[in-house]
Design a protein around this ligand. Sequence first.
Ligand code: NAI
Length: 254
Amino acid sequence: MPVTAVSGSASGIGAAVCQALRAAGHRVIGIDRAEAQVVADLSTAQGRQAAITAVLEQSGGVLDGLVCCAGVGSSALSNTIIAVNYFGVSELLDGLADALAKGQAPAAVVIGSIAATHANPEQQPMIAAMLAGNEALALEQANALELSHVAYACSKYAVTANARSKAVQWAKQGIRLNVVAPGAVETPLHQASLNDPRFAKAVREFVAPMGRSGHPEEIAQVVAFLQSAQASFVHGTVVFVDGGMDAMVRPARF
Ligand code: NAI
């Protein structure tokens, strides 16, 4: 039975991923702030280390899968967004890589976002700070931002670039690693943006060509596919699951 750790397992997309993976025969080790096999706060270095230690304990040091889903939306504080969405992912990937390398056909998925396509690495030095692993500098730069949705887009750009840059090294260790970039999906995170007067109008008006938001299960099915043997040659890629949003915004870029 494959053993897969899933962060953000208590809600939304993460909860749906746990369900889909269990249905596919995985033993799931959920990581979240509450209601999970591993209760940890991924916004701090200490919490991330505690999560890694607990996952290694519960898996016996061997993992077949990892799905990094935990995240906060634009309505959170900018520094929390950077801490959870970037460092809460990159440190789990680094801390669990050796356990994955010992697994059976191991694979990992990072949940990015269509928002990553809105970030400009040339204008946002925070992205370089994240990719360099300099959390103190990235948090300082995030604190200086006027609007937290910039931090959100930058965190998702950086987490995507980080995953893609690992692809060559991880392939040598036999671990596949992909990014799933959802569009708008009906979860508490999305609802919080709709409830936030700073972002409500923009979020309401940014509708996918398919004319609706996604459901968590529609993201989870793609994650389950990427974690399966059917995706054995899919590696280092970004899969948009967005009802056509990316094609609408950037038809000539792919
Ligand atoms: P959600 O709010 O339903 O679930 C997020 C989960 O992450 C929660 O269970 C929460 O407790 C956990 N989490 C947050 N901070 C944490 C921390 N410090 N330590 C441990 N766990 C923490 O949100 P949703 O929508 O399911 O989000 C999942 C991922 O999907 C996130 O990375 C989000 O950025 C991404 N995403 C969501 C979209 C949407 O429209 N819902 C669109 C694009 C990406």
